[in-house]
Write a protein that binds this ligand. Structure first.
Ligand code: NAP
Length: 277
């Protein structure tokens, strides 16, 4: 079984630095992926009701966790997230990951914090005392988020990097976009350490204290992505990976309007979201 390391949240709770992403992991695939992950040493699974696969993830948990099954449910950090249309207090509970059957932690992500604040204003409940502990954002070597990470550290927030491998299976992938997993500087380090580019990227994030949640439904890759705690990048090599930053955001969903593919969020006042934070 692989070792994992932890980020410590401001609540004192430990959050494993490598978790399994589950967006785009279809029902029929995701249960097996979660089982492989738990067998490989993962103790952190990233979910969301919007991914449409939480019930099956819950089945994997029920199969793998519990007395005499080797994994205690309190040892597994489960993240779930509310979609932006589910911030009203009345929408929070139905969306909360009880659908997962075995839920341990609801992580306070940016969306969920909005829900918490909403509850506070409307109900003046004790929920107001809940402070954010984690910020989940897109981050990888092409979007290093250096300023945002410093900002999070100053506020005792742990940063989770989503789409850490550049989300090569996203639906709006364009052939002209840079391919993170083919970046030469990362390939050179992979060669030096006899690791894969994915492992170098995940190692770089964990070494700077950032949690990563690479998604995979492939057994060999699930195992590979957590095998990052048996080598250390030199400080200069950490800088080399950070230096490939090019402010590139992969998660810019597109929609079709009048037959043309356009950014879904183009009308948002902060689009294209290039402020450091
Ligand atoms: P990702 O993890 O960057 O990339 C996933 C893709 O990389 C899949 O096609 C996977 O293929 C492939 N892959 C995995 N390991 C690999 C390896 N070792 N070598 C080569 N290819 C590999 O993309 P993501 O799914 O966009 O992001 C990860 C997770 O972050 C999501 O699943 C989700 O849980 C979370 N997320 C959150 C938000 C948010 O708004 N909060 C947004 C996006 C993502 P196979 O599956 O075929 O193996």
């Amino acid at each position: 079984m692989s070792m994992n390391d932890f980020a410590v949240l401001s609540t004192g709770r430990k959050m494993p630095l490598v978790g399994l992403g589950t967006w785009k992991s279809e029902p029929g695939q995701v249960k097996q992926a979660v089982i492989w992950a738990l067998q490989s040493g993962y103790r952190h699974i990233d979910c969301a009701p919007i991914y449409g696969n939480e019930p099956e993830i819950g089945e994997a948990f029920q199969e793998m966790m519990g007395p005499e099954k080797g994994i205690r449910r309190e040892d597994v950090f489960v993240t779930s997230k509310l979609w932006n249309t589910k911030h009203h207090p009345d929408d929070v509970e139905p969306c909360s990951p009880k659908n997962l059957s075995y839920i341990v932690v609801v992580l306070n992500l940016n969306e969920f914090n909005s829900a918490v604040e909403c509850k506070r204003e409307q109900r003046n409940s004790s929920v107001a005392s809940i402070k954010p502990t984690v910020l989940q954002v897109e981050s990888h070597p092409y979007l290093a988020q250096v300023e945002l990470l410093a900002h999070c550290r100053d506020r005792s927030l742990v940063m989770t990097a989503y789409s850490p491998l550049g989300s090569p299976d996203r639906a709006w992938k364009h052939p002209e976009e840079p391919v993170l997993l083919e970046e030469p500087a990362i390939a050179a380090l992979a060669k030096k350490y006899n690791k894969t580019p994915a492992q170098i990227i995940i190692r770089w994030q964990t070494q700077r204290g950032v949690v990563t949640i690479p998604k995979s439904i492939t057994e060999s890759r699930i195992k590979e992505n957590i095998q990052v705690f048996d080598f250390t990048l030199e400080p200069e090599e950490m800088n080399q990976v950070t230096a490939v930053h090019r402010g590139w955001r992969y998660i810019v969903p597109t929609i079709t309007v009048d037959g043309k593919s356009v950014p879904r969020d183009a009308a948002h006042p902060h689009y294209p979201f290039n402020d450091p934070y």
